[in-house]
Design a protein around this ligand. Structure first.
Ligand SMILES: Nc1nc2c(c(=O)[nH]1)N[C@H]1C(S)=C(S)[C@@H](COP(=O)(O)O)O[C@H]1N2
Ligand SMILES: [Mo]
Length: 402
């Protein structure tokens, strides 16, 4: 059996360069939502505690999980127990920056399209904005989400607007040798490669086929506003069906190449290491994090006039159905709601529950249209994976019904 020898991650903030919660609009807006009494509470109680109190406000009817990690507070990650918005408000989008959060000047910024193309060129932001517009609502999840217990809210579902990538590449005239499309961000870091220190830009690549798929856009707006700095101003890639890491922010260059691109975030970081097969004849595989996996989570339990309702979300692949298991019993079908049938957003679901007072467990599993069942954390595919990325096993919540 594989030994989980992955370094115990520091904090999610350090590991993923998550932007701290600095936006003053955020707590103020929640205070308003929370009503006068709790807003007053915010004035009485200092700092973090006040913030928590206010964040709990719309959740009067929520019965909290007893095993939920503290979430949402420090770094904009999603607070599942507060989940009500199907489209995540912009100020609640989590923000990952492995090389910090570069401030780009939109006036002098340029996008280069080059490499193996017949007509390399640069675009200004106005030139990009003048191109055909397309919007896509997409769930974006960091592949490290749920890789360790305190990190389960690196998810958002937002509407991105920009211009489709395929026609832009077509106009550039891709050389037949150009099979790999590399996306470079403005952010740079110093990496030691074979004992040599080099300064590199954040970069990821996709095959030409994947990069020109329907729905792949160069986005300059989210939820109807220009991108915030933290989410990639002025331009980012939006690639439905891919983990967060593929959605390169602060884009500066798109380059066609004839070989695989093996940059850090393709080939060293965001690499899933697992043993496939048995100890005797298994093989160890290293795969680059790419497409998303079928996933779900029970988000919150709400008290109703009679009984309770379990609310959750499912995503990562077109969702056929979601099942819920209470106290280890039979799997019960949940009712799918908002987002149902949309391949790239999350689908909200719920199940009514006549819970008796006492301690319970609640587990959900999603099943994709292709028949892929979200595995349990004890499934060999999860157990034999020793890196924390792509931890999409089922989540079991604990709750005490009063
Ligand atoms: N240029 C650049 N793009 C990037 C990253 C980065 O560090 N630099 N992080 C990636 C990762 S790992 C994730 S999870 C997503 C997060 O997108 P968000 O910050 O808009 O939520 O951005 C991706 N795009
Ligand atoms: Mo990520």
């Amino acid at each position: 059996m594989a030994i989980r020898n992955d370094r115990d991650p520091v904090t999610p903030e350090e590991l993923y360069g998550l932007a701290p919660l600095t936006d003053a609009r955020f707590s103020r807006r929640d205070a308003l939502k929370g009503g006068a009494a709790l807003a007053a509470g915010a004035a009485i109680f200092p700092g973090d505690f006040a913030e928590r109190l206010v964040r709990m406000a719309p959740q009067d009817a929520v019965v909290p999980w007893t095993n939920a990690p503290p979430s949402g507070g420090r770094s904009n990650t999603l607070d599942w127990q507060g989940l009500t918005d199907w489209v995540t408000p912009t100020e609640h989008l989590f923000r990952v920056g492995h090389y910090g959060m570069p401030e780009v000047d939109g006036a002098t910024w340029r996008l280069e399209v080059g490499g193996l193309v017949d007509r390399p060129r640069t675009f200004t932001l106005d030139e990009i904005r003048a191109r055909p517009r397309e919007s896509v609502t997409m769930l974006l999840e960091c592949a490290g989400n749920r890789g360790f217990a305190t990190f389960m809210g690196a998810v958002h579902n937002a509407t991105w607007t920009g211009t489709p990538l395929a026609p832009l590449l077509r106009e550039a005239g891709v050389d037949p040798r150009g099979v790999e499309v590399v996306f470079f961000g403005a952010d740079t870091g110093t990496e030691t490669i074979r004992e040599i220190e080099v300064e590199q830009n954040f970069a990821r690549s996709m095959s030409l086929e994947d990069a020109t798929a329907a729905g792949v856009i160069l986005a300059y707006e989210v939820n109807g506003e220009p991108l915030p700095t933290g989410n990639g101003f002025p331009l980012r890639l939006i690639a439905p069906g891919w983990y967060g890491v593929a959605n390169v922010k602060w884009l500066t260059r798109i380059e066609l190449r004839e070989t695989r691109f093996m940059g850090k975030f393709m080939a060293r970081d965001y690499v899933t290491l697992r043993q496939e097969g048995s100890d005797e004849d298994g093989v160890w595989t290293e795969t680059s994090v790419g497409r998303t996996n079928i996933n779900s989570i029970p988000a919150r339990v709400v008290r109703q006039d009679s009984g309770f309702r379990i609310h959750g979300a499912a995503w990562g692949a077109p969702v056929d159905r979601v099942e819920v298991q209470i106290d280890g019993g039979r799997w019960q079908p949940a009712i799918l709601g908002e987002g149902q049938g949309d391949a790239h957003t999350w689908t909200f679901w719920h199940l009514d529950w006549n819970a008796a007072a006492g301690d319970h467990t609640v587990t959900s599993r999603a099943i994709s249209m292709d028949g892929v069942v979200q595995p349990s954390p004890e499934d060999p595919s999860m157990v034999q994976k020793i890196t924390y990325w792509e931890s999409f096993g089922t989540v079991t919540r604990e709750i005490t019904i009063p």
